[in-house]
Design a protein around this ligand. Structure first.
Ligand code: UT7
Length: 332
């Protein structure tokens, strides 16, 4: 029997309506549009404003779009894995809430936290379920409502992040399409440069922790930048080398959207021209676990059966990795 691969068979996405532009941020902190554009590539980001709404409200419509496109009922989904660092609540899992909201009554569901590499990690876990032969419809969601953990008086972080969700359906494929290979890495020592100080078991929430503004993203940008440039480029190149892939073989690089300069460095290392790189950071900023599936969502119509895609990410943990995906269908 031919090897089972986990193929992406549908893509969904969702971003909230509200656009927080660089010009709006100029009124909130000491920054300017030119600095943000030249240092990051970002022009605006989407923010989920409505009170009482969380990551599940971004993820649920993305999964429903998958069901609509693939012509399946949510009850046919067997498993939902949600990659997020901004769950609706500490528990239960946001994946459980998404299942409930969309009526995926037969799915078991759980969250996976690997920050900006969360979608890549979840894709690997989901594909292993498919490759085992035990499941045939696994949904992987990448979602973050970063605005819920961003300090809008800190100009070094508030300019970067946005809210958004993307999702893919994984199904078995015996014709060689789907996920071919993946390299995932992590180094917990990197936590010193990127973390949230309070709200976990080490430092539970207190009045003092709130007053000290410790429930927001803490990032030492320059240090993270250096590790990210090296980590994302190295792992993408390593994946190409070990699979004998040349730049000509690759149709698209699907990079995490943290900083345009990190994306450029990765593409250069791989020898890829800009035309082969998915970039939407200018519109959405860094949506953490949402960036990769949001790229697939936006580019879906341009993807052709057999296209080789390299997905690459770097983020908090540190976590990083790259995945080689052979696209399984023509969208148009
Ligand atoms: O996705 C998760 C992983 N995260 C990342 O990959 C993010 C990686 N880091 C970065 O993308 C960049 O480090 C940042 C975009 C966060 C910062 O860019 P940078 O080029 O590394 O800037 P910097 O921190 O070296 O700061 C340069 C200058 C400083 O001023 P002085 O000391 O040179 O006078 C900062 O105070 O820019 C200043 N600065 C700003 N100026 C205007 C910092 N933030 C701002 C701002 N507006 N928003």
């Amino acid at each position: 029997m031919q090897k089972l691969h986990a193929a992406v068979t549908a893509v969904g996405g969702y971003v909230p309506e509200f656009r927080l532009t660089n010009f709006e941020l100029e009124k909130m902190v000491d920054t300017n549009d030119e600095w943000i554009r030249t240092r990051t590539g970002i022009e605006e980001r989407r923010i989920l404003k409505e009170e009482g709404k969380g990551s599940s409200d971004l993820g649920a419509p993305a999964v429903l779009e998958i069901c609509r496109k693939r012509g399946i009922s949510p009850e046919e989904i067997e498993c939902i894995i949600c990659a997020t660092v901004t769950p609706d609540m500490v528990f239960p899992a946001t994946a459980n809430v998404i299942s409930d909201k969309i009526g995926a009554k037969n799915a078991f569901s759980f969250d996976l936290g690997a920050a900006c590499s969360g979608f890549l990690y979840a894709l690997s876990v989901g594909s292993a379920f498919i490759e085992s032969g035990r499941y045939s419809k696994v949904v992987v969601v990448g979602v973050d409502k970063m605005s819920s953990i961003i300090d809008y008086s800190d100009r070094t972080t508030c300019i970067i992040f946005g809210d958004g969700a993307g999702a893919v359906l994984l199904e078995p494929n015996t014709e060689g399409y789907g996920i071919q290979d993946s390299i995932l890495k992590s180094d917990g020592n990197g936590r010193q440069y990127l973390h949230m100080k309070a709200g976990g078991s080490v430092k539970p929430s207190t009045v003092e922790s709130v007053l000290a503004r410790e429930h927001y993203v803490y990032q030492e940008g320059q240090a993270v930048f250096k590790f990210a440039v090296k980590g994302m480029a190295d792992v993408s190149y390593e994946l190409m080398q070990r699979n004998n892939l040349s730049a000509d073989d690759i149709a698209w690089l699907v990079p995490h959207q943290a900083n345009l300069r990190i994306i450029d460095a990765t593409a250069n290392r791989m020898g890829l021209p800009k035309e082969k790189v998915m970039i939407n950071i200018q519109k959405f900023g860094n949506t953490t676990a949402g960036t990769l599936p949001l790229c697939l969502w936006e580019w879906e119509n341009q993807l052709k059966k057999g296209d080789n895609l390299i997905l690459a990410a770097f983020g908090g943990g540190f976590t990083w990795g790259a995945t080689w995906l052979k696209w399984a269908y023509n969208s148009q």
